[in-house]
Design a protein around this ligand. Sequence first.
Ligand SMILES: [Zn+2]
Length: 263
Amino acid sequence: MPSHTLFLNSVINSRSSVRRPIATGADPENVYQSPLNFDGPSGLASSGKTLSINYPTKATGEVFNNGHGSPQIAFTPGDATVTYDGKTYALLQVHFHSPSEETINGEAPALDAHFVHASDDQSLLVIGVMFDAGSTPLPLLTTALDNEDGFTADAPKKNITIPDLSSAIPKGDFYTFQGSLTTPPCTGGLQWFVATEPQSVTADQIKALKAVGTAAGLSADVGNARRPVQPLNGRDLTITQASSASRVAAGVTAIVAAAAMLI
Ligand SMILES: [Zn+2]
């Protein structure tokens, strides 16, 4: 099996905290660690780049217990991609931490979701979204919870369709920085984005998430490997605006462009 395939499989399917180390690139000393605390976006400079989210309205994948008490959805690679700084990354998986690993002014929102992507050259890009307990449910978490089966660490993976993926990442501004995996070996060199505005999850969803983790004999804190916030250590923290273009819309644009060339 090619090493690239092995690498992707280790990120997509890993139930353990041990993942294969990757090249640290921009952070050879491995000092830019995740997660971070944020004091708000005001005063932060723009990264001058755009994060293009290209998620389809419907995607396929598998859901399973990732061993930290979180349901993890492994996506069929290629269904969804993002582009940043001229490089395209495929969405591999999403998992959840409750309470959130990222904090705002020292406070942890009720939940975060980490969307993990990889490029052809094995660089990783993570998009984090935080959620406060509110009145609007998070459809992606409903899909994961409705399909987890027993939630034991060795329960079979279940094939699922994710019906609402294109709305999973909010529009708006994202904190932009170099960071790391938040589970051992906490390898650095990852491109991180975290949405500045927390979204909504319901208290009932958080309760259901913790209940399945507890039933499986795991900590009530989902993602019981939840890592404390790490110092900035002098790294750049900037703001990037995300633009969203669904696969369908991109296709229509291409057809229009092709049609224009025939005129
Ligand atoms: Zn995570």
